[in-house]
Design a binder for this molecule. Sequence first.
Ligand code: NAP
Length: 250
Amino acid sequence: MIEAKRVAVVTGAGRGIGAACAKSLARKGAQVIVSDLLLDGAEQTAEAIVAAGGQAVAVACDVSVREDVESLMNRSMEVYGRLDILVNNAGIIRDNLIHKMTDDDFDQVIGVHLKGTWLCSQAAQRHMVANRYGRIINFSSTSALGNRGQANYAAAKAGIQGLTKTLAIELGRFGITCNAVAPGFIESDMTKETAARIGVEFAAFKEMAARETAVLRIGTPEDVAYAVTFFASEEAAFITGQVLYIRGGV
Ligand code: NAP
């Protein structure tokens, strides 16, 4: 359950998993600040939520830029007067083998995922601490365990696990939990981009990935949104510092 007064900020929510998380939280009753790099995408998701009877406002924000992040969290306070749930979903990939990876590839991926998660969490927790309530849900990945062509992304996603556990330790006394989801192969533009990079048809790529799972299918954005909504619920108050793999297997 999510109490009707709760306000959720979801980053990178213009499409993919972030859009599914924003819609799922809204269906459970949260008022949602739908944020994305470009306002267009955020507006589409917010409009879909409102059309379905929910409450949402779209805000543009680059999570790797402190000023953007501060104004995103302030907007939540201006519009709804509170900030209860933060979903750090925004992400990019700049895959390449280590000998071809550039400084830019590395810095951009660390900047959006690891620094972005840190900036958003830091800005959001000020409001959450004041209110003695919060749910922070971060995005790791099965790639945190190592993945060919993803030195930058794997490092960022492993870093997010350490950040998650540390925030759980520091913020628990203020009624704030911090957990991470670590998805496996989820159908989205991101996995489509990976297929294109390695020169495999997306349909064939998905079939290959499905065969490697125990449940013999790939994941959907809604599969991840379900777990995010669980961590965001009132009842998940005694669950913190956890990393939940959502990969259709072990
Ligand atoms: P996606 O379809 O590529 O969507 C990513 C979203 O993040 C887009 O809306 C994008 O905005 C936004 N974004 C990118 N850079 C941003 C920035 N600097 N500031 C704010 N927003 C930004 O990816 P997805 O598959 O939904 O992935 C969502 C999260 O799940 C990511 O953290 C990803 O690492 C993680 N994940 C995905 C998978 C998977 O298999 N798909 C597996 C494990 C983990 P634009 O539309 O403007 O580019």
